[in-house]
Design a protein around this ligand. Structure first.
Ligand SMILES: Cc1cc2nc3c(=O)[nH]c(=O)nc-3n(C[C@H](O)[C@H](O)[C@H](O)COP(=O)(O)OP(=O)(O)OC[C@H]3O[C@@H](n4cnc5c(N)ncnc54)[C@H](O)[C@@H]3O)c2cc1C
Length: 358
């Protein structure tokens, strides 16, 4: 008898949540393909670089026992399976495309905390740096801010500056004030309205943008400008509907974030499960709750948001916010292990971009 096969490509937040949710229903045999047998908590990679927290744990420890793990790299995704770099392939009735995002290529020679090898290389450079070495973090988004703060706190003998064309553009003015005060207290020099176009003296960290692995484009699938898989409202590839995308690798309107990747992973699983039952899947939906920023281990920022991610209400700073953020980081791993739709907030954010709806 043919046993239904689901292959999940990429074991980040979205892929692990999708795999566990599909496997729990017992509707299919689920195999996860990931280049390493470790789960990388990407939201802690700046902490890994600063040696303030670990960001890596065994992948098996976050997967349900019935999920099979294939350590390898997918080189092609198709509607009926996946080709692997080791020459093998895995046949599938449904493929979940969840390869996430990675390092920018905009600043040659700079290091990056966007993926584990980059964060480890940065950690080694920081370990070897003499007192007074300048560390320039480029990019005023949340990753750049968290990275500058973490290094300044963890390595107080280094001189950390943050260069940002805009500082935390998505936050309220009150939120930005909390950030500026915390960065100043940590001794981070913030240069707003400036750009960096080459790597200078000391250590440079590029946090300007995310990029997506080339896998979907190289597989000949319809992608957006960033290389994310173009999907319908149930996260199915517009071209090959047996491929379902989730997380940063799916072309949705949700901010590239762990906060969206987890519910998108659960939504991708809901689509796969509905189709395996012969039902029409519901439209996927994501609702944001808050933007939570860690500023070293002792400070943080919690900015509540509307479901569509626009900031609202009063911001929380200081040690309480640091504790809230730490609990959220722990909660993300728990939710990936126990992915129930009860833990996602359904928003009214239209997930399919305008070009697709038109
Ligand atoms: C330092 C830092 C701090 C962050 N902080 C926050 C935060 O506070 N809140 C928040 O919401 N977001 C945060 N983010 C963003 C968040 O980490 C990402 O948006 C999130 O990880 C996306 O999840 P994902 O499951 O889509 O992909 P990822 O977590 O990137 O996982 C993708 C997986 O796919 C694997 N993969 C890639 N290519 C292949 C292939 N060809 N074959 C097989 N496997 C493959 C990768 O190795 C990886 O394991 C932060 C990011 C960084 C770098």
């Amino acid at each position: 008898m043919h046993h239904t096969q689901v292959v999940v490509v990429g074991a980040g937040y979205a892929g692990v949540a999708a795999a566990n949710r599909i496997a729990r229903e017992g509707a299919a045999h689920v195999t996860v393909v990931n280049p390493r047998d470790e789960f990388v908590e990407r939201i802690r990679l700046h902490q890994h670089a600063a040696r303030t927290e670990s960001a890596v744990r065994p992948l098996r420890s976050v997967l349900r026992p019935e999920v099979a793990l294939h350590v390898g790299t997918a080189t092609r995704v198709a509607g009926d399976g996946v080709e692997l770099a080791d020459g093998g392939d895995l046949a599938a009735d449904r493929v979940v495309h969840a390869v996430g995002s990675g390092a920018p290529r905009s600043l040659p020679g700079a290091l990056s905390v966007q993926h584990l090898p980059g964060a480890t290389a940065l950690r080694d450079r920081l370990d070897a740096a003499a007192p007074g070495t300048p560390v320039t973090v480029v990019g005023g988004g949340l990753t750049g801010i968290e990275t500058a703060a973490e290094i300044a706190e963890g390595r107080p003998h280094l001189v950390v500056r943050l260069v940002a064309s805009t500082l935390a553009g998505g936050l309220s003015d009150a939120g930005r004030d909390v950030l500026r005060r915390a960065l100043a207290a940590l001794g981070v020099e913030v240069r707003e309205g400036e750009r960096v176009d080459h790597v200078g003296e000391g250590i440079t960290v590029d946090s300007t943008s995310f990029t997506v692995p080339d896998l979907a484009r190289a597989s000949g699938l319809a992608v957006d400008e960033a290389g994310r898989l173009r999907v319908d409202e149930s996260l199915r590839s517009v071209q090959v509907p047996t491929i379902v995308a989730a997380g940063d690798a799916a072309a949705t309107t949700a901010r590239w974030s762990c906060q969206a990747a987890l519910p998108l992973g659960i939504a991708a699983a809901t689509t796969v499960l509905a189709e395996l039952r012969g039902q029409e899947p519901p439209a996927a939906s994501v609702g944001f709750t808050a933007t939570c920023v860690s500023l070293g281990r002792r400070r943080g920022l919690v900015q509540p948001s509307e479901l569509d991610d626009t900031p609202r209400g009063r911001v929380l700073g200081g040690r309480t916010a640091a504790l809230v953020k730490e609990q959220i980081c722990r909660g993300t791993v728990w939710l990936a292990r126990h992915p129930s739709p009860l833990f996602t907030r359904a928003g009214d954010l239209p997930l399919v971009p305008a070009w697709e709806a038109a």
